[in-house]
Design a protein around this ligand. Structure first.
Ligand code: GLU
Length: 489
């Protein structure tokens, strides 16, 4: 692969939210530019006005920025080969299409929509894939001039050689050769003067000096036609890297209806952005070693085109969540705290708790940030619970054993001075009592946890919960439990 003066581009169409397949293309494109000290260019391909979605361009900017995929040239910051919004480049394409007509690589086509529909119907009836029948390919020049002078609407089509073969090279797939007879005379310029994607991408990639084109392999079959265009213009062909699809399972693409096909879906579900990038990088690319957790900088260092996969990647939410959990464990306490606080505050508004102990307790136990509100909901409100909560077969605890356990631990906790109410001190005091009683840890800690939270599953055990809740609240909850147990036993 050529690694000199690398210029790559991400060329999304603003048609909605950012699908993670597109984001992954952006990521690989960015990585390749940065790995070789090149430039990463953002080009908005908005020529298909029918598919344009209001606000979609902002979603693209916002997603790339949040992910740290900062572009060196683009619509908002400009650059030497702008404009970077395709609809603002309209004047350019007509002239290039006409140049191809002159050189004999394209032609005017005056076929009406009605004629085309009829031709396609006939082809379908014969079991042929509908394609253009090249009706206008060899119209005499005088006829063409007359129709143009009359103002008859036209499109410009590519004049594909009728025989021979075209070979193109993909960095991943190697050389691919197709018979020209299999290629259609595709439209380059539409009746409204707009270029098709198939034409605009070639002209723009050339004018913008793009050296490496990374895109989804749905474009693989069109690549020979692009090469014929580059050759017709006498332009250098960029290096292609067509990446595989992302699938829900062996037969279904990861689609919108799955509810987790878009970047925004994952952020909403409580995934941490560097973890999202990390996971999607691995969807279709295998690092050389065992390491799985990569920051963007590490991805740039490790990435190698040879590691890209030639078979579709299956999206695995379990794996993605595991990677997210690992990221959340790895970041600093301060960073985790900043991420976690808005989630904590959804259900826990109390200010008098030890938030740092809570955060410390949550950090190693959080898979998704959005799990947090439910985990901490016991802090503001102790829910109604029944004796079942004290039952644990392994620890041999139940409502009867909870009573003496809590009776023993209450004076111990009361004995800790207010200023000493820290996790460490509570731990020391409670464990001294456990030793004195000669019981298993769980015999005391489990009822403590149940009394303090009213829940069987909590972030952290009895000691941590006591530290989080503070002395007054902890004693009051234990006394309440004792009262309840005392009345029942
Ligand atoms: N606008 C095209 C898309 O969003 C870009 C394809 C390409 O990268 O060439 O699919």
């Amino acid at each position: 692969m050529n690694t000199e003066n690398v210029r790559t581009r991400f060329a999304p169409s603003p048609t909605g939210f950012m699908h993670i397949g597109n984001l992954r293309t952006a990521l690989y494109t960015y990585i390749i530019a940065k790995k070789y000290g090149g430039k990463f260019i953002l080009r908005i391909e908005d020529t298909d006005q029918g598919r344009f979605v209001e606000g979609a361009t902002e979603v693209i900017y916002d997603t790339l920025r949040k992910c740290g995929l900062n572009w060196d040239e683009g619509p908002d910051i400009g650059g030497p080969v702008g404009p970077y919004v395709q609809s603002e480049r309209m004047g350019i394409f007509k002239q290039y299409a006409e140049q191809l007509v002159k050189s004999g690589h394209a032609y005017y086509c005056f076929c009406t929509k009605e004629r085309m529909e009829q031709v396609h119907e006939e082809q379908k009836a014969k079991g042929i894939t509908p394609t253009y029948d090249r009706h206008c390919r060899d119209l005499p020049k005088e006829e063409v001039d007359r129709l143009l002078a009359e103002g008859v609407p036209y499109v410009i089509r590519q004049k594909i050689p009728l025989d021979g073969e075209t070979t193109f090279h993909d960095e991943l797939y190697g050389d691919i050769t197709v018979p020209n007879a299999d290629l259609d005379d595709q439209i380059l310029l539409k009746a409204d003067g707009m270029p098709t994607y198939n034409f605009a991408n070639v002209v723009d990639d050339h004018l913008m000096g793009i050296t490496h084109v990374v895109r989804g392999n749905e474009y693989l079959s069109s690549a020979p036609k692009y090469n014929l265009l580059y050759e017709a213009f006498g332009w250098e062909i960029p290096e292609y890297i067509h990446v595989e699809r992302i699938m829900r399972d062996a037969t279904h693409k990861l689609a919108k209806r799955d509810g987790d096909a878009y970047f925004g879906d994952f952020v909403e579900k409580g995934y941490y952005i560097p973890a999202i990038l990390n996971y999607i990088a691995l969807l279709g690319w295998a690092p050389k070693g065992e390491q799985e957790i990569f920051s963007l900088d590490e991805l740039i260092a490790e990435f190698d085109i040879g590691g890209l996969s030639k078979s579709p990647a299956i999206f695995d939410p379990v794996k993605m969540t595991a990677i997210n959990a690992e990221w959340l464990r790895k970041i600093s306490h301060e960073e985790f705290k900043e991420l976690a606080l808005p989630y904590i505050r959804q259900t826990c508004k109390r200010e008098d708790i030890d938030i740092d102990v809570l955060v410390k307790t949550l950090q190693p136990r959080t898979e998704l940030l959005s799990d947090i509100p439910e985990k901490v909901d016991f802090i503001d409100q102790l829910r109604e619970y029944d004796n079942e909560l004290f039952f644990n077969k392994k620890m041999k605890t139940n409502a009867e054993t909870a009573l003496p356990a809590l009776q023993a631990v209450l004076p111990v906790l009361e004995g800790i001075a207010d200023g000493d109410w820290t996790e460490e001190k509570i731990h020391a005091a409670v464990f001294a009592e456990i030793e004195k009683l000669g019981v298993k840890n769980g015999w005391v800690l489990l009822p403590m946890r149940a009394a303090l939270s009213g829940k069987a599953m909590t972030p952290g055990g009895g000691i941590e919960l006591a530290a989080i809740l503070g002395k007054t609240e902890s004693l009051s909850r234990i006394k309440m439990a004792l009262e309840k147990l005392g009345q029942q036993n």
